[in-house]
Design a protein around this ligand. Structure first.
Ligand SMILES: Cc1cc2nc3c(=O)[nH]c(=O)nc-3n(C[C@H](O)[C@H](O)[C@H](O)COP(=O)(O)OP(=O)(O)OC[C@H]3O[C@@H](n4cnc5c(N)ncnc54)[C@H](O)[C@@H]3O)c2cc1C
Length: 153
């Protein structure tokens, strides 16, 4: 595999990393063992700092258009509302996006994937699993690294 950087996994972490690398002119290959993005419902809340980073990627407006600003959270105990936590503009004076945006993980992954494609990179789906376990990963690095590996007593 010919690449300077291999990003294993095209979840939010891998997609964010690949975009950050691309912005700095580092071309990476990004592989994932799955056939495509996750389809089930996962994380929902996008924090202000993430939106600030999205503005660097040029995708913040799409995220704002797709998502919904959270006004508050209700806590239910035994079928009764026990508390309400107002959220509103929780980051007032701290961020240009002073709120929690409700936008599903699958939409976030799609936007990050689009941003990657705009920079000429794309996820390689159906890749053979890289480094199946942490132990296998260490073992592979040991074989390719010239750094001596000390064994703990
Ligand atoms: C059902 C569910 C509900 C959730 N709800 C919430 C929520 O409400 N709020 C919240 O904050 N978080 C929630 N989470 C957690 C959130 O989804 C994770 O924090 C987030 O997905 C982590 O992103 P990630 O990129 O680090 O990992 P992942 O999204 O797990 O992505 C890792 C990717 O790497 C790939 N991969 C892994 N190993 C290899 C390998 N060896 N070779 C090739 N590819 C590989 C996988 O196929 C996967 O696509 C939920 C998770 C699940 C499963």
């Amino acid at each position: 595999m010919d690449t300077d950087v291999l990003v294993v996994g095209a979840g939010p972490t891998g997609l964010m990393l690949a975009n950050q690398l691309a912005r700095r002119g580092v071309r990476a290959r990004i592989i994932d063992r799955h056939a495509g993005p996750a389809l089930e419902s996962r994380a929902l809340g996008v924090q202000a700092r993430t939106l600030e980073i999205y503005s660097h990627f040029g995708i913040v407006q799409q995220a704002l258009d797709l998502g919904k600003r959270a006004t508050g959270a209700n806590i239910w105990v035994q079928e009764r509302r026990a508390a309400r936590v107002p959220l509103g503009d929780i980051g007032r004076d701290l961020s240009p996006y002073p709120f929690l945006l409700i936008l599903g993980q699958e939409d976030n992954e799609r936007l990050l994937g689009d941003a990657l494609r705009n920079q000429g990179m794309a996820v390689e789906w159906n890749a053979p699993p890289a480094f199946r376990t942490a132990a296998a990963s260490c073992s592979a690095m040991r074989h390719t690294s010239t750094v001596p590996w000390a064994r703990k007593a």
